[in-house]
Design a protein around this ligand. Structure first.
Ligand code: HEM
Length: 221
């Protein structure tokens, strides 16, 4: 498996705690939220940037009964309040908040912040592309995930990393079964791989790493 490229190993919290960065830390105010609390609604009036100090924060879009998770922020990640996403605490959470203007000055002085922004926005973009593919190929997504869930029930072999599926079918053959082109099935399998749900072991074998998430996708559309 190719190791995930790490854009930055800089831990912003650690960086901020160094004496050189004490001047930046002064610009942030601490705010606390309890599990499930909404930190910010879309397009909040207050134009701030925040840094997760501890806890876990979900960034998501919500339409009627549907939700699409764009990113899960962890300690050291930055995000802003001027986006169309909801921002919710998944655990008890502490954030450090500053206004956009101050953050702009900090970014100019410190590459650590810009690198972290690129990492967070890259993750957001990755998940957004998966969501777009899911919406564009909605029916095929459903048929393919249903096919995989069924195959797990029929012939899944539990292994340490998940469930091995010796399908004995190539992508082209799976495409024929679910009534799609090979290219579309490739796109979807790649999305599922990027989301950490499965991995291709070889041409005819798939490893399901997160069955729960696969089932969620299947019932989520
Ligand atoms: C230096 C500080 C920042 C400035 C000056 C800034 C400025 C802007 C501006 C002018 C827009 C367009 C707003 C609009 O269309 O009405 C925007 C959008 C956006 N910004 Fe920032 N931003 C900053 C920091 C950040 C940070 C730290 C993040 C997240 C890591 C972020 C994420 C976004 C996103 C996702 C959008 C698109 C929002 C949407 O269309 O829903 N920004 N930003």
């Amino acid at each position: 498996m190719p190791t995930r490229m790490r854009l930055t190993d800089i831990d912003l919290l650690e960086t901020l705690s160094s004496s050189e960065y004490a001047k930046f830390l002064k610009e942030f105010q601490e705010r606390r939220f309890i599990k499930n609390e909404i930190l910010y609604l879309p397009n909040n009036e207050e134009n701030s940037v925040f840094l997760v100090k501890c806890g876990k924060v979900r960034v998501y879009l919500a339409y009627e009964d549907k939700e699409f998770t764009l990113s899960i922020l962890e300690p050291g990640d930055v995000y802003s309040t001027h986006t169309r996403a909801f921002i919710q605490a998944m655990e008890d959470t502490i954030i450090l908040v500053t206004d956009v203007r101050t953050f702009q000055k900090i970014v100019v002085d410190s590459p650590a912040f810009s690198l972290n922004m690129v990492k967070v926005l890259g993750d957001l973009l990755k998940n957004s592309i998966t969501i777009i593919n899911g919406l564009v190929f909605k029916d095929i997504y459903l048929r393919l995930t249903e096919f995989l869930v069924q195959a797990v029930e029929d012939k899944g072999i539990p292994v340490q990393q998940g469930i091995k599926l010796e399908l004995g079918l190539t992508t082209g053959e799976i495409a024929q079964i679910v009534g799609a082109t090979r290219q579309t099935v490739s796109v979807i399998l790649n999305d599922l791989r990027k989301s950490g749900i499965l991995e291709k072991v070889n041409r005819r074998t798939i490893l399901i790493k997160d069955l729960k998430k696969l089932q969620e996708i299947n019932s989520g559309f």
